[in-house]
Design a protein around this ligand. Structure first.
Ligand code: ZN
Length: 138
Protein backbone atom coordinates (compact mmCIF):
# COMPACT_ATOMS: atom_id res chain seq x y z
CA UNK A 1 0.00 0.00 0.00
CA UNK A 2 1.17 3.50 -0.82
CA UNK A 3 -0.19 6.67 0.71
CA UNK A 4 -0.57 9.60 -1.67
CA UNK A 5 -1.28 13.20 -0.90
CA UNK A 6 -4.08 14.28 -3.20
CA UNK A 7 -5.72 17.56 -4.01
CA UNK A 8 -9.14 18.24 -5.57
CA UNK A 9 -10.05 21.10 -7.89
CA UNK A 10 -11.29 23.00 -4.83
CA UNK A 11 -7.78 22.76 -3.37
CA UNK A 12 -8.73 20.38 -0.61
CA UNK A 13 -5.74 18.35 0.45
CA UNK A 14 -6.31 14.81 1.62
CA UNK A 15 -4.51 11.53 1.75
CA UNK A 16 -5.56 8.20 0.30
CA UNK A 17 -4.14 4.72 0.23
CA UNK A 18 -3.63 2.80 -3.00
CA UNK A 19 -2.29 -0.68 -3.52
CA UNK A 20 0.38 0.72 -5.82
CA UNK A 21 1.34 3.59 -8.09
CA UNK A 22 -0.50 2.23 -11.14
CA UNK A 23 -3.74 1.77 -9.21
CA UNK A 24 -3.54 5.33 -8.00
CA UNK A 25 -2.93 6.64 -11.53
CA UNK A 26 -5.76 4.50 -12.89
CA UNK A 27 -8.28 5.53 -10.25
CA UNK A 28 -7.42 9.18 -10.76
CA UNK A 29 -7.82 8.82 -14.54
CA UNK A 30 -11.15 7.03 -14.12
CA UNK A 31 -12.31 9.66 -11.63
CA UNK A 32 -13.07 6.94 -9.13
CA UNK A 33 -11.43 8.93 -6.36
CA UNK A 34 -13.67 11.39 -4.54
CA UNK A 35 -12.70 14.32 -2.42
CA UNK A 36 -13.87 13.49 1.11
CA UNK A 37 -14.61 17.15 1.76
CA UNK A 38 -16.59 18.27 -1.29
CA UNK A 39 -17.13 15.10 -3.34
CA UNK A 40 -15.27 16.47 -6.33
CA UNK A 41 -13.88 13.85 -8.65
CA UNK A 42 -11.33 16.16 -10.20
CA UNK A 43 -8.44 14.88 -8.16
CA UNK A 44 -4.77 15.09 -8.80
CA UNK A 45 -1.70 14.22 -6.84
CA UNK A 46 -0.76 17.01 -4.53
CA UNK A 47 2.49 18.74 -5.29
CA UNK A 48 2.93 18.96 -1.52
CA UNK A 49 4.57 15.56 -1.42
CA UNK A 50 6.23 14.90 1.92
CA UNK A 51 9.50 13.98 0.26
CA UNK A 52 10.14 17.39 -1.26
CA UNK A 53 13.04 18.66 0.83
CA UNK A 54 11.78 22.14 1.59
CA UNK A 55 14.31 22.34 4.40
CA UNK A 56 17.24 22.18 2.01
CA UNK A 57 15.78 25.13 0.14
CA UNK A 58 15.79 27.12 3.34
CA UNK A 59 19.36 26.14 4.05
CA UNK A 60 20.70 27.47 0.76
CA UNK A 61 20.96 31.12 1.77
CA UNK A 62 22.53 30.12 5.08
CA UNK A 63 25.34 28.24 3.38
CA UNK A 64 25.88 31.27 1.14
CA UNK A 65 26.32 33.35 4.26
CA UNK A 66 28.80 30.79 5.52
CA UNK A 67 30.73 31.00 2.24
CA UNK A 68 30.84 34.77 2.41
CA UNK A 69 32.01 34.54 6.01
CA UNK A 70 34.74 32.12 5.02
CA UNK A 71 35.95 34.42 2.24
CA UNK A 72 35.81 37.40 4.59
CA UNK A 73 37.79 35.51 7.20
CA UNK A 74 40.38 34.53 4.61
CA UNK A 75 40.75 38.15 3.55
CA UNK A 76 41.04 39.20 7.19
CA UNK A 77 43.65 36.56 7.90
CA UNK A 78 45.68 37.47 4.81
CA UNK A 79 45.55 41.17 5.59
CA UNK A 80 46.44 40.68 9.26
CA UNK A 81 49.41 38.50 8.39
CA UNK A 82 50.78 40.52 5.51
CA UNK A 83 49.69 44.09 6.04
CA UNK A 84 50.78 46.56 8.61
CA UNK A 85 48.07 47.94 10.87
CA UNK A 86 48.23 51.73 11.03
CA UNK A 87 44.93 52.37 12.79
CA UNK A 88 43.37 55.77 12.24
CA UNK A 89 46.58 57.05 10.64
CA UNK A 90 45.51 55.16 7.54
CA UNK A 91 44.60 58.22 5.42
CA UNK A 92 47.88 59.97 6.30
CA UNK A 93 49.95 56.86 5.65
CA UNK A 94 48.18 56.09 2.38
CA UNK A 95 48.62 59.69 1.22
CA UNK A 96 52.30 59.79 2.22
CA UNK A 97 53.00 56.63 0.24
CA UNK A 98 50.99 57.86 -2.72
CA UNK A 99 53.05 61.05 -2.88
CA UNK A 100 56.21 59.00 -2.33
CA UNK A 101 57.01 60.68 0.95
CA UNK A 102 57.16 57.22 2.45
CA UNK A 103 58.20 53.78 1.35
CA UNK A 104 55.47 51.72 -0.30
CA UNK A 105 54.06 48.99 1.86
CA UNK A 106 50.80 47.21 2.38
CA UNK A 107 48.85 48.78 5.16
CA UNK A 108 45.40 48.60 6.59
CA UNK A 109 43.61 50.71 9.10
CA UNK A 110 40.57 52.71 9.86
CA UNK A 111 39.18 55.67 8.07
CA UNK A 112 35.90 57.42 7.66
CA UNK A 113 33.82 57.17 4.51
CA UNK A 114 34.55 60.85 3.86
CA UNK A 115 38.31 60.34 4.14
CA UNK A 116 38.14 57.27 1.94
CA UNK A 117 36.28 59.29 -0.69
CA UNK A 118 38.97 62.00 -0.56
CA UNK A 119 41.69 59.39 -0.98
CA UNK A 120 39.95 57.87 -3.98
CA UNK A 121 39.47 61.32 -5.51
CA UNK A 122 43.20 61.91 -5.15
CA UNK A 123 43.77 58.72 -7.09
CA UNK A 124 44.90 56.69 -4.09
CA UNK A 125 43.95 53.06 -4.32
CA UNK A 126 41.99 52.11 -1.21
CA UNK A 127 39.78 49.11 -0.79
CA UNK A 128 36.97 48.70 1.69
CA UNK A 129 37.52 45.60 3.78
CA UNK A 130 35.46 43.68 6.29
CA UNK A 131 35.85 44.80 9.87
CA UNK A 132 39.57 44.42 10.55
CA UNK A 133 40.04 45.63 14.06
CA UNK A 134 42.99 43.51 15.28
CA UNK A 135 41.62 43.77 18.81
CA UNK A 136 38.52 41.85 17.83
CA UNK A 137 38.63 38.18 18.66
CA UNK A 138 37.93 36.79 15.20
ZN1 ZN B 1 -12.59 18.93 -2.37
Amino acid sequence: MIKYSLICDQEHNFEAWFSDYDTCQKQLEESSVECPLCGSKKISKSIMAPNIPSKSNQKAPKSDVKKVEMVMNKIKKHVKENYEYVGDKFPDEARAMHYEEKEQKDIYGETTVEEAKDLIEEGINVQPLPSLNPKSKN
